[in-house]
Design a binder for this molecule. Structure first.
Ligand code: HEM
Length: 429
């Protein structure tokens, strides 16, 4: 196309006017879909969405950096406003999702983050490592002789979910229910459901809200329970003004998606990307020390969070564009991550890239992902186990499907296959 040849698109104003975050090019390849914007109109208003879209690396980083001028208060807002019917349903469940961590303003945010940071420190993540490895090995044992599997169903959905629940200290008894719930929460917050679908989703979101409340009640009974949400519940008793009741309930619902969907999708994107770049896959199979940087490059090139939100608290300018107070911003990390102003040949995949770790997939600044090292560790262990036991893994022929939404990205399924006669441990045994 003209764009790929580096020719400017003829009418950036028309591209801005027609920008659709829920279908078409953005859903196919968000970074490529916004190349015209990075080159010609890096901050633009998208009337269909009602948001200002920010697509260059430096601008996105500047927005993340100033969480006072660019408040995160709209991060968990329904991007498609609720219909009256959906609102009535949500109310009937007493739904009152409010501030968590990711959408909290200062100074409340930092006070809370400080009190709740301990569990995320590297020395406290050691314990999780063994669990990730054990669960991963179990899953691989289950499918290694089959020759063909959907990696999402077979491993990448469930392992991050179990790790998340264990880290949080949340009972692991309703995995299938949680799957329906997290999907509903994602569609509700970042998707564009039809009016009918809004009502259906509202019921699931309402049930999720009530379920979260019940889990908290059960956890309160367990006085010396382990895990981050148990710690949160104890801090709520000790410092109710910092770790408020509303926070605990909202967070219980949000964190399951934050800790789990993000990691499952990122891991799925990682296998898809590496298997499609055979040289890179073979390199990490023969030299596992390349894995950590390969993980960063996958997070850069095909991260699971493609865009995040902010809202201005005063009129300002961004890269020369005037923004009014209250302007809603969609900051597209997937675009910034391939911006050649920061990443040389940004649209090519290179596991040897020396600044891959600069990617914006975990956000940046005061709100940067608290769980980033858990996500990274899971992705690293998945690769360590799979490259060792299934180096002959290949992508199967398939069409990929994605949940249409502004922010969470990863295929619903990932079919892979291999010749079981060539499985190394078979040959050795
Ligand atoms: C915040 C992405 C895994 C917990 C965030 C943010 C992003 C993100 C984009 C907002 C950052 C900002 O505003 O600057 C991801 C990705 C993950 C991942 C891509 C996996 C690959 C996890 C895990 C956990 C977690 C495993 C918990 C166990 C959190 C929390 C915040 C957060 C608590 C709020 C931090 C704050 O506002 O201070 N994450 N996340 N995340 N994430 Fe993650």
């Amino acid at each position: 196309t003209a764009q790929q040849n580096g020719c400017p698109v003829s009418d950036p104003a028309a591209m801005a006017r027609d920008f659709d975050a829920f279908q078409g090019a953005y859903q196919v390849d968000p970074a490529e879909a916004l190349r015209w914007s990075r080159d010609q109109l890096p901050v633009f208003y998208a009337p269909k969405l009602g948001y200002w879209v920010v697509t260059r690396y430096d601008d996105i980083k500047a927005v993340f950096r100033d969480n006072i001028l660019f408040s995160p208060k709209n991060v968990l807002e329904k991007i498609t406003p609720a219909t009256d019917a959906a609102m009535t349903v949500l109310k009937s469940y007493g739904y009152a999702m409010n501030r968590t961590m990711v959408n909290e303003d200062e100074p409340a945010h930092m006070e809370r983050r400080r009190v709740l940071m301990g569990h995320f420190l590297p020395e406290n993540l050691e314990k999780q490592q063994e669990m990730v490895r054990r669960l991963t090995r179990q899953k691989v044992d289950e499918f290694i002789d089959s020759g063909r599997v959907d990696l999402v169903e077979a491993m990448l959905y469930e392992v991050p979910l179990l790790v998340a629940l264990h880290f949080l200290g949340v009972p692991e008894d309703e995995i299938e229910t949680l799957r329906t719930f997290s999907l509903a929460h994602s569609v509700n917050t970042w998707g564009k459901p039809s009016d009918e679908k809004q009502v259906e989703v509202a019921h699931d979101v309402g049930r999720f809200w009530q379920y979260a409340g019940q889990v908290i009640e059960r956890m309160r009974e367990e006085k010396d329970g382990q895990g981050w949400m148990h710690h949160t519940i104890r801090m709520n008793a000790e410092m109710p003004d910092v770790v408020t009741d509303s926070y605990v309930h909202s967070m219980m619902m949000a964190i399951i998606v934050a800790a789990h969907e993000t990691t499952s999708l990122a891991s799925t994107n990682m296998f898809k990307t590496l298997l499609a770049h055979r040289d890179a896959w073979e390199d990490i199979c023969s030299d596992p020390s390349l894995i950590p940087n390969a993980v960063e490059e996958c997070l850069r090139y095909a991260g699971s969070i493609m865009a995040w939100r902010r809202q201005t608290t005063a009129a300002t300018t961004l890269n020369g564009v005037d923004l009014p107070e209250g302007a809603k911003l969609l900051i597209v990390q997937a675009s910034g991550n391939q911006d050649e102003r920061h990443f040389e040949d940004g649209d090519s995949f290179d596991i040897y890239r020396d600044n891959a770790v600069d990617h914006l997939t975990f956000g940046y600044g005061a709100h940067q992902c608290m769980g980033k090292n858990i996500g990274r560790m899971e992705m690293r262990i998945f690769l360590e186990e799979m490259t060792r036991r299934l180096p002959h893994l290949k992508l199967a022929e398939q069409d990929y499907s994605y949940l249409p939404n502004t922010s969470f990205r990863g295929p619903d399924h990932l079919w892979v296959e291999w010749d079981t006669a060539h499985t190394p441990e078979k040959i050795l045994s």
